[in-house]
Design a binder for this molecule. Structure first.
Ligand SMILES: [Zn+2]
Length: 163
């Protein structure tokens, strides 16, 4: 009996439990090369809204973008909406869906339509009423509402402009 207890104990010690703490994501990091690629895509399609995905890796409370995947805007009114279908073009999670707001009358964050219709966990809105990006705002879908996340340029934790 003593032996079997010892064995059980040994076995337990031999395979330590890895404790996974579910820290919520608080920050999306968009490194300068990814930022430049997003802004080029948005400027090229201005005044139509542009969008796509950021392939990401998780680092603690941060999602760090590693690849920009632009997606064609399928909206019938592309100057007011960005619409697409999430299919094989989208990178696997963790990923961030982004789109631009190109009208000066647009809000710099999610619209009510965005909040209802974006079927993703993470969303980024780039406000670019003149074609160049003026503001970056990130959001995470919560149980009841979308919560705002900080958008940082790189690992120096500098925040990207937010309107
Ligand atoms: Zn929108």
């Amino acid at each position: 009996m003593c032996d079997s207890l010892t064995k059980r104990k040994d076995c337990h010690i031999g395979s330590p439990k890895i404790i996974v703490v579910p820290w919520p994501i608080r920050v999306i990091v968009v490194p300068p090369p990814i930022c430049a690629s997003i802004e080029s895509h948005i400027t090229t399609h201005h005044p139509e809204e542009a969008g796509g995905f950021l392939d990401c890796v998780r680092r603690g409370r941060r999602l760090r973008a590693t690849r920009h995947v632009p997606i064609v805007n399928d909206s019938a009114t592309p100057e007011r909406r960005f619409e697409t279908t999430v299919d094989g073009r989208a990178p696997p999670p963790p990923r961030v869906f982004y789109h631009s707001h190109t009208s000066p009358r647009s809000v710099s964050g999610l619209t009510q339509i965005d909040e209802r219709s974006i079927p993703e966990t993470f969303a980024l809105v780039v406000f670019a009423p003149h074609g160049n990006a003026l503001s970056y705002r990130g959001f995470k879908r919560g149980l009841l509402n979308w919560q705002e996340l900080r958008i940082e340029a790189d690992q120096t934790a500098k925040q990207l402009p937010r309107l």
